[in-house]
Design a protein around this ligand. Structure first.
Ligand code: ATP
Length: 721
């Protein structure tokens, strides 16, 4: 089968001048030619410079409506996701240019709603119109990438940092990211709001401006269609990404935490730029996805199997000239990225099939419990009192089963009452005998009630699970017809597009031909004039090319400048860490830690065995337990208090690294201790040592420390003994 490549679709949106800009007398330097998809930007600093022109797949000018942006960019992607493709829509651009306006917008008035809320209605409306033989499982997740750390915005503990993992079959994913099954657009909106609130909480705790982080709202649509008795599962994933502002950090004049943020934002966006460049540069063998978490998250969307739309947002004002040009250049490069979208058919991690199997199992369980009598009971005279609790063979009709259970329950209650009365009235029975029979009756009643309760619980579970499966509403034929109409409409649009392109090409050719006719010369003078004109055109083109080369050189110089700045900052960071190591960490601990630390490739982090028991981690656990405890009810609080006490009373734990692994030091025999010590002293460097700081650093750490070791507080959780 031939490979079907598809380029990343790149559209540009320009916001209007805002009130401050108008008040400051700022002028618009951007011209948007929506018909030809061209953006022209003039340099406000050099009046006679040729304006720069870029062509894109589509252009949205300052007057563009949210609805139009959605229909032309997001809608086709959502349609593809419903077919089982992966889709990504991401907004890129300088701070304040309208990324959040485009992605989220405002709820009121509804015309201002952005792409994300519009997708909610779109997905459920389409599901509604799907055939009855199609079932859907819709799930969402929402995460934030801040300072190269991933946080789950829908989790109870948003402070927990999550890790990126990769699966050879399903690609990149986030370990432990919470996913919620969704039954309606309203429920999805609630999740978006909840995540936004959490993002805001994080933002006020860490900084006032949420645009310092990247966010990813993911919608997964799993579909199961029954075709000739066979189930066909597809899974489409839609990534809705709002990136942090892309301004250069030199312009932000940030310091401290802000600088760290700016460095991280810049690093991830620079890496995004590098990934884009590497993807479009045919010579590049290596695509630096792993250089930042953002590019790893977008790995499948850039050069992968996803249908991707990039919305590059720009501002119109003169003072943003450099940033606008930079955004347009990034976007222009991204246009050449080729993806290879394909439908995810029967993926191993599809939940819908497990879900259906689980429902079927529960139904069979219910049926068996019903057929097994579910607590049929005899009266003391061996007369069958209740043969079967419920006689519903077709448990598909769950509502009916529920009604019958209720009815039988009532009947049983009445019959038991009657039995009791009968026993009471039997005069020939002694008191002891009566008591025995009543007790037996009570036991049987309890047994029957328990069985019924189990059935009711099963019914509730089945109902709950079935509710999560959203089912198409339309008759199969009707749905097929609608689907066909949609397909035809799509084809018509494609045909119109192709015809428009053809017409434009023909027009161009005709113009060229007319031009040629006009320039047919009758005399040497005309020939001379024509050639002079051609020379002039060539000269103009040469000048334009020279100018573009100069521009590219300047752009590269700026990139290099940024990279050098980043290098200087990293060096400063390294020096700070070295300084702390030299003056505050006892060489003995440093040496031990360097000996025992190893690099965990999947987590992309250094670690050490028993890290969870380090003093800082234990402290965090205590703090977390204290916070959690405040949110608990009284009974749970007592249990949690015991847990907390246990944590607080926990003695300092020292571990020894024996040949068998980690052992608590107090459990180690004295001769074993000696052995460990000897092994540590004579230990050869393990394989991971390649990735360790050089032994020179250990030496320098040793030399530079003049302080007495005993002056250091003992590091909790680590001992080299
Ligand atoms: N196309 C537009 N039409 C009208 N107003 C707009 C448009 N785009 C953006 N705005 C307004 O401009 C302001 C900044 O927009 P927004 O917050 O979306 O920018 P941003 O790129 O997401 O910024 P940041 O990177 O800081 O998150 C908002 O008040 C928004 O309503």
């Amino acid at each position: 089968m031939s490979k079907k490549f598809e380029c990343v679709r790149v559209v540009i949106r320009c916001r209007p001048l805002n009130d401050t800009e108008k008040k400051d007398g700022r002028v618009c330097i951007v011209n948007m030619d929506t018909k030809n998809g061209q953006v022209t930007v003039r340099n406000p600093k050099i009046v006679d410079e040729v304006p720069k022109q870029f062509t894109f797949d589509q252009i949205f000018d300052t007057q563009s409506l949210q609805e139009n942006v959605y229909n032309s960019t997001a809608s086709p992607i959502v349609e593809s996701v419903l077919e089982g493709y992966n889709g990504t829509i991401f907004a890129y651009g300088q701070t304040g240019t309208g990324k959040t306006h485009t992605m989220e917008g405002k709820d009121d008035p509804p015309t201002l709603r952005g792409i994300i809320p519009r997708t909610f209605d779109h997905i459920f409306e389409r599901i509604e119109n799907m055939a009855k033989n199609k079932q859907f499982l819709v799930k969402v997740s929402f995460l934030e990438l801040y300072n190269e750390e991933i946080r789950d915005l829908l989790s109870k503990n948003i402070k927990n940092k999550l890790e990126i993992r990769e699966n050879p079959d399903t690609g990149v994913y986030i370990k432990d990211l919470s996913k919620f099954m969704i039954e309606s657009p309203q429920e999805m909106r609630e999740k978006l709001l909840h995540g936004r609130e959490n993002r805001a909480v994080g933002a006020t705790a860490m900084n006032q401006d949420s645009s310092r982080s990247h966010s990813l709202f993911q919608i997964i649509v799993e579909t199961n269609e029954m075709i000739q008795g066979q189930s066909h599962v597809t899974v489409g994933k839609l990534n809705l990404v709002d990136l942090a502002g892309s301004e250069r950090q030199s312009k932000t004049h940030a310091t401290g935490d802000r600088l760290k943020e700016a460095i991280n934002i810049n690093q991830s966006l620079t890496t995004l730029g590098n990934v884009i460049s590497a993807l479009v540069d045919n010579k590049s063998q290596h695509i630096p996805y792993r250089d930042s978490k953002l590019t790893r998250l977008l790995q499948d969307s850039l050069g992968g199997n996803t249908k991707t739309v990039m919305i590059a947002n720009i501002g119109p004002a003169d003072y943003n000239y450099d940033e606008t040009i930079s955004t347009l250049r990034y976007a222009h490069r991204a246009k050449q990225i080729k993806n290879e979208p394909k439908i995810n058919e029967d993926p191993k991690d599809a939940q819908i099939r497990q879900f259906q199997e689980e429902i079927l199992k529960l139904k069979q369980q219910l049926e068996a419990s019903i057929e097994g009598g579910g607590g049929g009971m005899m009266n003391p005279g061996q007369e069958v009192l209740v043969q079967k609790v419920v006689k519903v063979k077709n448990v598909d009709k769950i509502k009916e089963a529920e009604n019958i259970i209720e009815r039988e329950k009532e009947e049983l209650r009445k019959k038991i009452e009657e039995e009791r009365r009968k026993i009471d009235q039997q005069k020939n029975l002694g008191e002891e005998e009566k008591m025995k029979l009543l007790k037996q009756l009570q036991e049987k009643e309890e047994q029957a009630n328990n069985a019924r309760e189990t059935q009711q619980k099963l019914i509730k579970t089945i109902q709950k699970m079935e509710q999560k499966l959203v089912i198409g509403h339309t008759e199969v034929e009707e749905a097929r017809r609608k689907e066909k109409e949609l397909e035809e409409a799509r084809k018509l649009i494609e045909k119109e597009k192709a015809e428009a392109a053809k017409r434009s090409l023909e027009l161009q050719k005709k113009e060229e031909f007319n031009l040629e006719l006009q320039t047919k010369y009758n005399s040497i003078k005309e020939e001379l004039e024509d050639k002079t004109r051609r020379i002039k055109t060539l000269q103009q083109k040469t000048r334009q090319l020279e100018f573009e080369n100069k521009e590219t050189d300047e752009f590269m110089a700026k990139e290099i400048e940024d990279l050098q700045m980043r290098k200087r900052e990293i060096l400063q960071e390294v020096k700070l860490k070295q300084f702390i190591l030299d003056y505050f960490i006892p060489p003995k601990f440093l040496e031990t830690m360097q000996m025992l630390a190893f690099y965990n490739e999947p987590a992309e982090a250094w670690t050490i065995q028993g890290l969870d028991y380090s003093g800082k981690m234990t402290k965090n656990q205590i703090q977390q337990a204290l916070q959690e405890q405040q949110q608990l009810n009284a009974t749970d609080q007592i249990n949690s208090e015991e847990k907390l006490q246990e944590l607080l009373n926990h003695p300092n734990v020292y571990f020894a690294y024996t040949e068998e692994g980690l052992v608590r030091e107090e459990q180690l025999a004295p001769q074993e201790k000696k052995k460990v010590q000897k092994r540590l002293q004579s230990a050869k460097k393990p394989q991971s040592a390649k990735k360790r700081p050089s032994s020179k650093r250990i030496e320098s750490a040793k030399k530079s420390v003049n302080l007495q070791e005993q002056n250091y507080p003992k590091a909790k959780g680590l001992s080299s003994k």
